[in-house]
Ligand binder design. Sequence first.
Ligand code: RIB
Ligand code: CA
Length: 323
Amino acid sequence: MKKIILDVDTGSDDAIAIMTAVLSPELDVLGICTVNGNRCVENTTENTLRVVEYIGSNVPVYKGCALPMVVSLTKGRRECVPFEGQKNKKEDVHGDYLPIPESTITYEKECAVSWLVKTLMDSDGDISLIDVGPLTNLAMAMRIQPGIIDKIDTLYIMGGGWREQNITPAAEFNFWIDPEAAKIVINSGCKIVMVPLDATHAGAISIKDAMELREESSPGAKLTAALIEQRLKGYNNWQPMQDQTTVPIHDALAVCAAIDMDVLADVRYIHVDVDAGGGICDGQSVCDVEHKDKEAEPNVHIALNANVGRFAELLKTTLKRTV
Ligand code: RIB
Ligand code: CA
């Protein structure tokens, strides 16, 4: 089994990602770190606890950063921190809380950043990270203890976009919420597999898959079916896919890549950087796919497409399981 740590801003697709990771026989989830992103960190932590309890798991949850590193210090740069942009709107794909019972379990006393540093430094360098929210926790950990960089086996990131964006004409949400954190992590030097919107949109999951999962008895399958339907409604009001019977489950694709890289397609080893300049391209992932900057060394394995058939099959097989 591959040892992994999840870093999430639970949200509806994070929830599916968590269930996929915990239910997979290939992954050993050592802990789940939460961060401010889709909602404030209190909500993303409560939602994470709800999912863990709902599928009967005892994976520990560590509460992380409540705010991005510096973005909210500059007037006019990022008003909505914590993000409330979709709250109570028809395009909302997450909701404040997941549609499952309130948690009766609690998160660990140790904060996510210090647990991350300690766990990685004590390890043999055999732990991979799967980051599917803003990168604040990991960037803070790298600043506190740069030694963790060589201790990370592989870092799977759901974030950024080459030709696809979602929160501004230039940026993807996870990188936009904390551009400095994204810039620190992308330039850290660890082995990165980046799963951007170009891949997650190509890997959009069909409502037919949700209907198949709804027929199952396992809690993971039933909740995933409900969340796919919830996301489809929000996406068709906000950013409809070409096939409006499909919806991206961004974070689950990053988890499935850690299980089987065949869910990704057109993976290139290129130079990527992040704009943290605070202007109209704030948070943009600049992907040098054509190697235009001859001075810039490749630093990221980026997937420009997805194998949606393999992704859907792996997702359904895994989510039909129980712990
Ligand atoms: O842009 C998609 C990403 O933003 C996903 O991780 C989703 O959960 C949101 O955090
Ligand atoms: Ca997320």
